[in-house]
Design a binder for this molecule. Structure first.
Ligand SMILES: Nc1nc2c(ncn2[C@@H]2O[C@H](COP(=O)(O)OP(=O)(O)O)[C@@H](O)[C@H]2O)c(=O)[nH]1
Ligand SMILES: [Mg+2]
Length: 327
């Protein structure tokens, strides 16, 4: 085959060894060129990847190569082997969709935020079903306290409340990755924003007894206006092994405090000169946030060495700043 037949498309679905590549509104079923199998798993195409491929409208198209990625979102695999699972490529925003009822979990939002930050995407917490909640402000403040990198919006898709605030994310060329439990209101939100039924909602599923549509595959959907949405099937828990970069970014203020304790091996318990305890007492650091940091850290086997490294770096920087009168 001749090189000039190559086209650029975007991976919209990944099955075991087959892919759907979307190009100019057409879907092509594709397999990988043999050379991929000699490479690392990281080089396999992911949902959201741009690829070059040789189209075959009547049969299997062949993916030739993956274009350079802007970023990758990854999570530790569920068996906690420490191996990373690559999820999605080229997402600009991670919408962490949580409804303001029993689904709400501060801890889960922090974990998803961590995945986004580590991957280089912007975490946007969307607190849905605000119509069912009478203390929305408290939740907003709580989620804002997770990280200064997280953006927070409370919305009601059903009543159209708060949707205007989200327009800024729907610029042409943007890719939004949706994360959150099934039933959180992800599809309803996207439909409300676009004003069209671009995604199936669970209500539709319930009334449609003939064919239940459940999201079993990660899928990239073109919702129009140059915006793509990646829907992930209900991913309940994400572990924290190997997530150190994400944690460090989310909790950089706590790491900074830890580096200011009098003793470098301070456990923030009864030791004198503990900066963490002092910050909790003065209200500068919320106890809940510190507990979350500790809980997430405890699951993380590689945590300790990395923390030490950062704290060392942070101390050196402080010394340098003091010496040079930099504040
Ligand atoms: N009260 C209320 N219900 C909502 C809202 N958004 C979605 N729902 C309902 O929540 C259910 C699940 O919504 P769906 O969009 O399918 O959730 P998904 O699984 O995250 O995509 C449906 O019955 C929706 O009607 C909202 O803003 N307020
Ligand atoms: Mg859905």
């Amino acid at each position: 085959m001749n090189k000039s037949q190559e086209m650029i498309g975007r991976i919209s679905e990944v099955r075991k060894n087959s892919f759907i590549v979307t190009s100019e509104n057409k879907d092509y079923y594709a397999k990988l060129k043999g050379k991929f199998y000699e490479e690392d798993a990281e080089n396999f195409p992911l949902v959201g990847d741009y690829v070059s491929f040789i189209p075959n409208p009547d049969g299997e198209s062949v993916i030739q190569s993956v274009c350079e990625r802007k970023n990758i979102l990854q999570r530790p695999d569920q068996a906690k082997t420490g191996v990373m699972q690559y999820m999605v490529a080229n997402a600009d925003y991670v919408f962490i969709v949580t409804s303001l009822n029993e689904d709400y979990s501060y801890n889960r939002i922090a974990r998803y935020a961590s995945v986004a930050i580590q991957g280089g995407a912007i975490p946007v917490a969307i607190l849905t079903k605000s119509d069912l909640c009478n203390n929305v402000g408290r939740y907003i403040r709580e989620v804002e306290s997770i990280s200064d990198k997280i953006r927070v919006h409370a919305i009601s898709a059903i009543y159209g409340i708060g949707l205007e605030e989200l327009r800024e994310y729907f610029e042409p060329g943007t890719t939004i990755c949706l994360m959150g439990s099934s039933g959180a209101g992800k599809s309803t939100l996207i439909n409300a924003i676009t004003g069209k039924e671009v995604m199936k909602t669970s209500e539709v599923r319930e009334s449609d007894s003939t064919g239940k549509h459940t999201t079993t595959h990660r899928q990239l959907i073109d919702i129009g206006g140059g915006v793509s949405v990646i829907d992930t099937p209900g991913m309940r828990e994400i572990g924290m092994a190997n997530m150190q970069d994400g944690i460090d970014d989310t909790f950089s203020d706590i790491l900074e405090l830890e580096s200011m304790c009098r003793f470098s091996n301070c456990r923030h318990d009864t030791e004198p000169g503990c900066a963490v305890k002092a910050a909790i007492e003065s209200g500068e650091l919320s106890e809940e946030r510190y507990m979350l940091y500790k809980n997430l850290g405890a699951e993380n086997t590689r945590n300790y060495a990395m923390k030490k490294e950062i704290s060392k770096w942070s101390k050196e920087r402080k010394k340098f700043n003091d010496k040079n009168n930099i504040y």
